[in-house]
Design a protein around this ligand. Structure first.
Ligand SMILES: CCCCCCC/C=C/C(=O)SCCNC(=O)CCNC(=O)[C@H](O)C(C)(C)COP(=O)(O)OP(=O)(O)OC[C@H]1O[C@@H](n2cnc3c(N)ncnc32)[C@H](O)[C@@H]1OP(=O)(O)O
Length: 266
């Protein structure tokens, strides 16, 4: 079902990319290392997500791992011998957040371990669905370090101070049902159905107007950066801007004319 190659001319060492309709499915593919995020994997992920974002055929992206691990964190073996000047001078993590610049909605389908950088990667996505076997954690404290890619900042916004402190200060993992009760994930499904269920939602999102979906994503994400008053103003401007699109006109006309809208992404 997912065999069609998305980018025939690109070959990847650490990920695989397939398509289903308007959805790009990215699978992290370092199973022997539990999908630990090495620099090469992040480079490939950045490259392919930018290509998908620029490709008008695609309306949404799903990122997944395998049944044992979404990603067990940044690659500890790659980091272990680095010195302070090395990590600071090359700004080791600067490009790791590029995913947050992608305009198309990104869904994370998390089975197994989502730890450290792997959890941070899921937190950068717009929707997280979990398999029943998912385990989330920020165990950096057990390695003598701290989360480095937004984990402390996004987690507190997602679950509040006490739970964020508890998770980061103990390094303990939480299971899928706990993540659901924290509001970290939207849905828990049997592990074997997770990708299929996530693709269904991704396909639905991809069926709408792409610029409008991008505007919703941007407006909601902006709420994490600004206060309520500014946020409401930001939303209002975004709302007004939809009146400059063909798709807003088409959507409302289709409702009035009792027919299905036909989006042109303009
Ligand atoms: C996108 C932005 C990212 C920014 C990151 C910024 C900062 C982030 C820091 C971190 O993420 S630090 C890493 C945090 N993660 C961890 O501490 C988890 C480490 N792994 C484990 O604790 C265990 O592997 C496990 C997940 C509990 C599973 O245990 P299990 O006994 O089932 O398997 P293992 O035998 O331990 O692992 C199999 C194989 O995988 C290798 N591996 C696992 N995790 C990592 C990792 N994070 N980095 C490198 N390699 C990893 C492990 O070494 C084994 O390989 P071999 O030794 O057999 O070759």
């Amino acid at each position: 079902m997912f065999r069609k190659s998305l980018f025939r001319f690109s070959t990847y060492n650490f990920i695989s990319v397939t398509q289903k309709g308007k959805v790009a499915l990215i699978q992290l593919n370092r199973p022997k290392a539990l999908n630990a995020l090495c620099d090469g994997l992040i480079k490939e992920l950045n490259q392919v997500t930018q290509e998908i974002d620029a490709n008008p055929e695609y309306g949404s992206i799903v990122i997944t791992g395998n049944e044992k691990a979404f990603a067990a964190g940044a690659d500890i073996k790659e980091m272990q011998d680095k010195s302070f000047p090395q990590v600071q001078n090359i700004q080791m993590l600067a490009s790791w957040e590029n995913l947050t610049n992608i305009k198309k909605p990104i869904l994370a389908a998390v089975n197994g371990y989502a730890l450290g950088g792997g959890f941070e990667l899921a937190l950068m996505c717009d929707i997280i669905y979990a398999g029943e076997n998912a385990k989330f954690g920020l165990p950096e404290i057990t390695l003598g370090t701290i989360p480095g890619c937004g984990g402390t900042q996004r987690l507190i916004r997602a679950v509040g101070k006490s739970k964020a402190m508890e998770m980061t200060l103990t390094g303990e993992f939480i299971d899928a049902q706990t993540a659901l009760s924290y509001g970290l994930v939207s849905k828990v499904v049997p592990a074997q159905n997770l990708v299929e269920e996530t693709l269904k939602v991704a396909e639905k999102i991809a069926s709408f107007s792409k610029p409008v979906a991008a505007l919703i994503k941007d407006t909601i994400n902006e709420a994490e950066n600004i206060g309520l008053r500014e946020g409401v103003k930001y939303e209002r401007k975004a709302f007004y801007s939809t009146f400059a699109t063909q798709d807003r006109k088409e959507g409302m006309s289709a409702f009035v004319e009792k027919r299905k809208p036909s989006w042109t992404d303009n």
